[in-house]
Every structure is written in C-alpha cells, then in structure tokens.
Design a protein around this ligand. Structure first.
Ligand code: NAD
Ligand code: SER
Length: 315
C-alpha cells in the first residue's frame, strides 16, 4: 500500500525531526505537514497545510484532500505553557485529539500516532522505575489532559477498532528544533547557553532527577512502534518509554568534561519546579521492550557529546 502520512503540529520540536525522517523514508510528496503556523522553511520539501486542529471543518478538508493512511497528531500545549493557559491547553489537547480520532474512524485511517507523556504520573505515583500501571494522579492540566487522552485512545481502539498507538515520551533533547514550553526544556536550553555564554541558570534545582531522551531515540521509537505488527501490541493507552535519567547537576558535570569553565546556577522560585517534583525520576519500559523490541541508544555521555558536536557545527 502506498502510504499518505499526515503530521499535525509539524513545526514543533518533535514534528520538525519526525517529518524529515518520514519524508526520507516514504518520499517527500507522501508526507503532509500541517500546523497552526506557516512552516519555518516555507514549502521547502513537501506539502504543507496551515490549519488549527481544533477546527474540525478545516481538518476534515485536509483529510478529504489527502486521504491519509497514517496520522501523527503532535499539536498540543505542553506542561509549563499549559499552566499559563489551562482552559486553552485542555481545549487543544482534548478537542484536537477527538477531532482527529473521529476523522480517522470516518476516513478509515490505518494507523494513528498520538504522544502521551511522563506527565500522566503524579505525586502519588512511584518515583523510581515507575511502572506501566500504577496510581496516576497528575496535577497539571497538561498531565490530566494526557491521561484523559490515553483513555480516549484506548476507547477508540476498543469501540471502533481504530489502530491508535502511543508513547509516554520523557523530556526530549534535540539540537535541530527548540522545545515548546515544557518543564524539561532546561535540558535543551543549557546546551545553547553553554556554547553561547559559558553559563546557564537552571529553573529546576540541582537534584531534580527526571526521565529524558535524545530526540534520535524518540524518533526511532516512534517509527518502530508505528511499524510494529498490530498483534504484538498489548497496550493501546500509551507505552512507558525510558531513555536516560539525570539531574541538572549531573548534566552540568557531563557538560564540564567538554567545556571546563561552564558555570551552572540555579533559580529557586520557578513554578516549573512543582511540576517536575510531581513527575517520576525513572521509568520502567519493560512492556515496550517486550512488545516491539525497544532499546534506547543514548546514555548521558553520548547525549551530551552529540548535542555539543552538532550545535557547534550549526552555530
Ligand atoms: P511543540 O510545542 O514544540 O510543538 C507543537 C506544535 O503544535 C507547534 O508547532 C505548534 O505551532 C503546533 N500547534 C499548536 N496549536 C495548534 C493547533 N491548534 N493546531 C495545529 N497545530 C498547533 O511540541 P513538541 O515538543 O513537538 O511535542 C509534540 C507532542 O509530543 C505533544 O503532544 C507533546 O505533548 C508530546 N510530548 C513532547 C515531549 C517533549 O519533550 N518535547 C515530551 C512528552 C510528550
Ligand atoms: N517535555 C514535556 C514537558 O516538559 C513532557 O511532556 O512538558
């Protein structure tokens, strides 16, 4: 079957890299990028449609025009930005998803990818090696919109047979695109500031350990999950996924191996700290390993080396 792939929220941190990967794999004309905003590299390498995913009629027109066989829905408001605009975050994260799920059923889309997050866990979830199934009491709008989204995904799979696949991404770290308003963004900004200024002020405290992942691993995981045989998938809410866990201080120590004079300071009154404190420190992803052979490739030294090497090339 010739695939026609629609990526919604394509201009963001993940979409920028995912669209490039999918176009290399399936052909430029077979991957339609869509976003609320115009593309940064206007029309450079494939079809683009500007629309809001909350506008059901506009999204329907895109489905009618391209008849996608796969849809990746990435448009969302992330954790920190969501606390600034809670109702807007709920509207986009929920109604955007429901619009896409309904259209996917109607247009008989073969597969849908929708990302969840470690934000589905909350203060009473186990912190270490957080299991796939446990107490989940997220206290950010972003977190409970993702948890509700997971329930909707499983519901559409069970009720309508829609092949929805999902990953609970950790904080993602890549050099090609800026992060879009999350609690883990410090772990991207730190590299840019280390190279530009030799110093950075972390908005999370020195010992705040969080699950993180190099973007290359995240894109590989996404494509692997979408290529896995449907019968091997046992989770239709969202898979736990682990990369590497570290604190700002551990990241500091690793960066200093490359930039010995780098200076990291800490702010002590940032609202993102409370969000981070409610999240896991590390994740048990044994089900993803078992069902579709997941294994992360980047540890902390490799991640730091890769970020600095590539950012130095483009700066
Ligand atoms: P991002 O904020 O960088 O990008 C989101 C994109 O969605 C932006 O290009 C934005 O313009 C677009 N968008 C916003 N409102 C829209 C609308 N109404 N209609 C269409 N497009 C709209 O986010 P990201 O980091 O690329 O994340 C993508 C997905 O992955 C989100 O669902 C996010 O929750 C999830 N996720 C990301 C991370 C991470 O660390 N980046 C971690 C866990 C989960
Ligand atoms: N990186 C994301 C955030 O911090 C996690 O979903 O919001």
């Amino acid at each position: 079957m010739t695939e026609m792939i629609l990526v919604i929220g394509a201009n963001g941190q993940i979409g920028t890299e995912l669209v490039t990967t999918l176009r290399a794999k399936y052909g430029h004309s077979q991957v339609v990028a869509s976003d609320l905003h115009p593309p940064k590299n206007a029309g450079s390498n494939g079809p683009f449609e500007q629309a809001s995913v909350t506008d059901a009629a506009a999204v329907r027109a895109i489905f009618e025009k391209y008849k996608p066989t796969q849809v990746y829905l990435l448009a969302a408001i992330l954790s920190a930005a969501g606390e600034q605009k809670p109702k807007l975050a709920w509207d986009l994260n929920m109604n955007g998803l429901l619009n896409v799920l309904d259209l996917a059923v109607e247009f008989k889309v073969a597969k849908v990818f929708w990302p969840s997050s470690i934000a589905v866990f909350g203060p009473n979830s186990p912190k270490q090696n957080t299991p796939q199934y446990c107490v989940m009491d997220p206290n950010s709008v972003y977190g409970f919109s993702k948890l509700a989204g997971e329930r909707w995904c499983e519901y559409y799979f069970e009720k309508y047979g829609l092949d929805v696949r999902s990953i609970r991404y950790p904080g993602l770290i890549g050099w090609k695109a800026a992060p879009g308003g999350g609690t883990t963004d410090y772990a991207v900004h730190i590299f840019h500031e280390a190279l530009a200024k030799g110093e950075y002020q972390s908005f999370l405290s020195a010992d705040t350990e969080l699950p993180m992942m190099h973007m290359d691993d995240a894109i590989r995981a996404t494509v692997s999950l979408m290529e896995a045989p449907a019968k091997s998938l046992t989770i239709r809410s969202s898979y736990n996924l682990a990369g590497v866990s570290f604190t700002p201080e551990q990241l500091n120590e690793e960066i200093k191996k490359h930039i010995p004079d780098f200076k990291l300071s800490y702010s002590d009154n940032d609202p993102r700290q409370a969000i981070a404190d409610s999240w896991p420190k590390s994740i048990d992803d044994s089900q993803a390993q078992k069902d579709w052979g997941w294994k992360a490739e980047f540890d902390l030294p490799k991640l730091v080396e890769d970020m600095l090497l590539n950012l130095r090339k483009i700066k």
